[in-house]
Design a protein around this ligand. Structure first.
Ligand SMILES: Nc1ncnc2c1ncn2[C@@H]1O[C@H](COP(=O)(O)OP(=O)(O)OP(=O)(O)O)[C@@H](O)[C@H]1O
Length: 298
């Protein structure tokens, strides 16, 4: 059962079309990244799902039902950084969060344990590292044990250690069965934690689906030889070659399956072309992403 299904959501603020006809589905158990540059509509989209904002048109379903307060109660959200009290302990701050959420205190020790903060629960919030502060924010989200978490830019403003801590926690929560929807402008986030992604650009959905399917990162070969034209022709004829070009004094070739360097080397040698260089490389996530966004604008 999908956790969230968006159907043709549009939203305008005055002259700004923040979202245009956005539809996608978030499968249960996924870590779903809503990815896009600043201003692409990510926060607006999450706000609509959490009923903080109203869409102009379109609709969405939560747990395959028209959303009511009951469905939203199964969702923990971190849309903006909570205002914790600096002089109060982590535990006391969570007591306040629990009372705002009208939940008892019973769950506080559990969420401190899950977020790895039990040993620091009696220390003042101001003594926490950036990563610990964000983990406390996530502890607050976990009160009441929601099945689904919605997080807006969960690693924003953190130092590299804090980012690593929060990502590790997201992976751990995902492994425990939670569905996590997170907005991010960081490609790195998608690569490191997300199983699925929806890419937004100026309010329009470019693609959505499983990361490996959406962002095709086929391996490619870079090869050199004295006669680059001959090498280029041979690689073009090599079974499975999809794109072959001469670039920066080398031949770059993409294939529809993972290329076998030994087979390529033998194939060229048998046809009188001796390679001076051969390397199999992975297309960077960044270049794959640029291809998706450039294709959309061209
Ligand atoms: N309350 C508002 N009034 C007018 N325009 C708004 C409002 N909120 C957002 N916008 C505009 O709508 C567009 C989408 O904004 P939104 O905050 O949803 O994007 P975002 O992808 O979350 O960006 P960021 O990564 O910067 O948070 C932007 O052009 C933004 O300037």
């Amino acid at each position: 059962m999908p956790v969230l299904t968006l159907q043709h959501i549009s939203k305008r603020y005055g002259s700004v079309q923040a979202l245009s006809d956005v539809s996608f589905t978030v499968p249960e158990g996924s870590v779903f990244g809503v990815l896009g540059p600043n201003g692409s509509g990510k926060t607006t989209l999450l706000g609509i799902v959490m009923d903080v904002l109203k869409a102009d048109s379109g609709n969405f379903r939560l747990f395959d039902k028209s959303p009511t307060a009951k469905e939203r109660q199964q969702i923990g959200t971190l849309l903006e950084t909570p205002n914790f009290y600096h002089y109060l302990s982590g535990y006391k701050n969570l007591e306040i969060s629990a009372s705002i959420k009208k939940r008892g205190k019973d769950d506080i020790n559990r969420v401190l344990e899950v977020t790895g903060l039990s040993h620091r629960k009696d220390y003042a919030f101001k003594t926490y590292s950036l990563g610990m502060k964000q983990r406390l924010a996530l502890a607050g989200v976990l009160l009441g044990d929601p099945d689904v978490l919605i997080l807006d830019e969960p690693t924003n403003g953190l130092d590299p250690a804090g980012i690593a801590e929060v990502r590790a926690l997201i992976r751990q929560l995902s492994a425990s069965g939670k569905t996590i929807i997170l907005a991010s402008h960081l490609l790195d986030e998608v690569e490191k934690v997300c199983t699925h992604v929806a890419i937004l650009q100026t309010g329009k959905l470019l693609v959505s689906g499983a990361v490996n399917e959406v962002i095709v990162r086929s391996d490619f070969v870079e090869a050199g030889a004295e006669n680059l034209d001959l090498l280029s022709r041979l690689l073009n004829e090599f079974p499975g070659a999809t794109l072959v070009e001469i670039k920066d004094g080398m031949v770059r070739a993409q294939f529809d399956t993972a290329p076998d360097p030994a087979a390529i080397n033998r194939y060229c040698a048998e046809r009188g072309c001796w390679l001076t260089f051969l390397q199999v490389r992975k297309k960077s996530l960044e270049s794959a992403f640029l291809e998706i966004t450039n294709n959309a604008t061209s």
